[in-house]
Design a binder for this molecule. Structure first.
Ligand SMILES: Cc1cc2nc3c(=O)[nH]c(=O)nc-3n(C[C@H](O)[C@H](O)[C@H](O)COP(=O)(O)OP(=O)(O)OC[C@H]3O[C@@H](n4cnc5c(N)ncnc54)[C@H](O)[C@@H]3O)c2cc1C
Length: 307
């Protein structure tokens, strides 16, 4: 099927404004590079999501839920499937009592800021994480000693059978940058975070401190996808990369950041292939030097699976 065919098929369920055949994914991913998706759609309600996924599955088309694309790279040859963005109802954030309820497509950082305005503490770590709540839950995103699993109370999800289920913390299989959503193709519909009452000045001071550390230590001026590798059990990925002498190493327009070796940045002209080739080079050189295996933290979409 062509992108146009898929778009035509999905126009039964969605307004055409929300259907984008052959969409360049550089606009939808923080690396600002990569190929096209067969079709990108935006859904606004659970019902729309269910209908779109049922239709896509019936045609055996690959599909993926995309949040803010801040942990995703699309291969230059593109993704031959349907990319689903969660808009509308999925972007809502509500703070009531000690609970912050957020749609899967809501900004994780915005939710943390709204919680802070209500003097709720526990979510400050999320302020500089640029993804959605769905992406954060899937990855068990974390920073500065905090992570999603510390604050999550329940998650509503859509199963591959189209059933809505509610998962409690013990069912979410959280690990380091890992959750049940990495094993099963469920969609995070919304999540409830439970926080504590805090002191407004202390909360704001923490948020400012974390932002300052990010500005000082991370290459926020160039497109990137955060830490490209998970930390191995032996220590910090960035330290192994730096100690292997790879700071500033580059292939085409992709470069290991000198500021933070855990980041690969797009210095302007990087292709997805440059980034993947550099990831592979870093992995093999770190392995040759320290016998440490680095596993990618990012999701790579495409057919070639060269990483
Ligand atoms: C400058 C910068 C700093 C960063 N700092 C941190 C950090 O401190 N800590 C950290 O953990 N990460 C960090 N990241 C990485 C990234 O922001 C997080 O992993 C974030 O949680 C990804 O969210 P996203 O919406 O962008 O996910 P995407 O990149 O859109 O998707 C990532 C994965 O999640 C899946 N997914 C997305 N939404 C859903 C959903 N609703 N249901 C099911 N699956 C879904 C996708 O299919 C994909 O497999 C950073 C990234 C950048 C660019």
């Amino acid at each position: 099927m062509t992108g146009q065919d898929v778009g035509q098929m999905l126009s039964e369920y969605l307004d055409e404004r929300y259907i984008h055949p052959d969409q360049s994914m550089a606009e939808y991913t923080s690396f600002r590079t990569g190929g096209k998706a067969l079709c990108l759609v935006e859904v606004h309600t659970v019902e729309e999501l269910r209908r779109v996924l049922t239709c896509v599955r019936k045609k055996f088309l690959p599909y993926v839920i995309l949040g803010n694309g801040t942990n995703t790279l699309v291969e230059d040859e593109g993704y031959n499937g349907v990319v689903v963005k969660l808009g509308g109802d999925f972007t809502k954030i509500d703070v009531t009592g000690y609970e912050v309820t957020c749609g899967g497509g809501a900004s994780f950082a915005a939710a943390a800021r709204q919680a802070a305005e209500m003097w709720l503490t526990g979510m400050e770590f999320a302020c500089g994480i640029p993804g959605t709540v769905g992406g954060a839950v899937r990855q068990n995103a974390g920073a500065f000693g905090g992570q999603v699993s510390d604050i999550v109370k329940r998650v509503r999800a859509l199963t591959t059978a189209g059933e809505e289920i509610v998962l409690r913390p013990h069912e979410l299989q959280f690990g380091y940058r890992n959750s049940i959503f990495c094993q099963r193709k469920y969609v995070v519909l919304d999540a409830v975070f439970e926080l504590k009452k805090g002191d407004k000045n202390e909360i704001n001071a923490k948020i400012d401190q974390f932002a300052k550390e990010r500005r000082e230590k991370q290459p926020l001026d160039l497109p990137n996808a955060g830490c490209i590798f998970k930390n191995p059990k032996e220590g910090f990925a960035a330290k192994f990369i730096e100690d292997t002498g790879l700071a500033g190493e580059h292939i085409g327009g992709a470069m290991v950041s000198r500021k933070h070796c855990g980041f690969i940045v797009n210095a302007g002209t990087a292709t997805a292939t440059d980034i993947i080739d550099l990831m592979n080079k870093v992995r093999s050189e770190v392995f040759n030097t320290f016998s440490v295996r680095l596993e990618p933290e990012i999701t790579v979409l495409g057919q070639k699976k060269r990483y």
